[in-house]
Design a protein around this ligand. Sequence first.
Ligand SMILES: [Zn+2]
Length: 383
Amino acid sequence: MDFHLDTLLKLPNVVADSYSSTLDAVVIKLQLVNAGINCPNCNKYICHLHQTRPILVRDLSIFGQTVYLKVPRRQFYCSDCKISPTETLSWVNKRQRQTNRYQEYIYERVKESTVKQTSENEKMSEDAVQDIFHKVANSKKKDWGLPERLSLDEFARRKGKGKFATILTDLDKSSLLEVIDSHKNDDIITVLKELPLAMREGVKEVCVDMWGGFPKVIREVFPNARTVIDRFHVQKIVNKALNKIRLVLKLKGLKNRYLLMSNQANLTDEEREELELMLKSSPSLRICHELKEELITIYNSNITPSGGMRKISKWLISARVMLSSAAETIDSHLEEICNYFNNRTTSSVTEGINTKIKLIIRQSYGFKNFDLMKEKLLACLFK
Ligand SMILES: [Zn+2]
């Protein structure tokens, strides 16, 4: 069989000299075929070998076996400069005990699973895996470009422990841009003001929910941006109010909840009949249900922000009577709510990212500290 391990290795200027194997590892001894190097000081090609120290470098596994490469670390002598520079290799960095491609592999494994899982699979300590992940993550360029539509949102780092973090997302790229270890306005402003002003000035819209209290942040950090309140959060508070009435009326059960909460347009004929029966039992429930549907219709219609403002203001007249506190909340955010009608911007992208964040945190059984969590989230969700 005409077989060359060298072609499988795919490393430049390298041939396999010999190999030996133990129970669980293969060691491939390498030879470097270039006669010399360019002196890093004077750039002259130098072939005078000063000394060679072989080192063991871990590489990608082969056939389920751990692979080590025995790499000759060569030092050449430059007679002009009187120095002995060490040869640099493009595929393994100085003082590194893994090839670059193996480190890249570890990074991808951690992205897909966890540090712990990767450590077990690769039989490498968790600290070593974490170090490699950190190093590779740092070397990746994080170019935000010039985002125009962003969203700010917060999430609970640990359920029920009152620890919140804020995330900034690029809605057009579905990309997680930043994770901030706080949900306080001043902390967020401090972090985001470090971004170049030209970038911040280019942001046109920032989508938020009604709870975040982010308007101050948006005013200070993104001076040209309009605040848009996410329509689904608005619909949610109306749904919540409607649900409360359902419970007061003792119309319990998931089926009733489903019939009442779903967009009527999505129900089957049979379900619509069931809903009709339920609404017959209470005129006030019927009115509230109509209000919910009417709001969806307003949101779905092709109108301008001022048209939206007129329609929602009119809607509020009845809503105030039937859904008092929900209506009050909507009333106090009316302008930002109607900004939706400019570009129909929503933060559904952020909802998706938030779901992934929760998954990553659960998968890792929490993170030792905020920086580790942030690094992993950005590695996985920045695009
Ligand atoms: Zn030299």
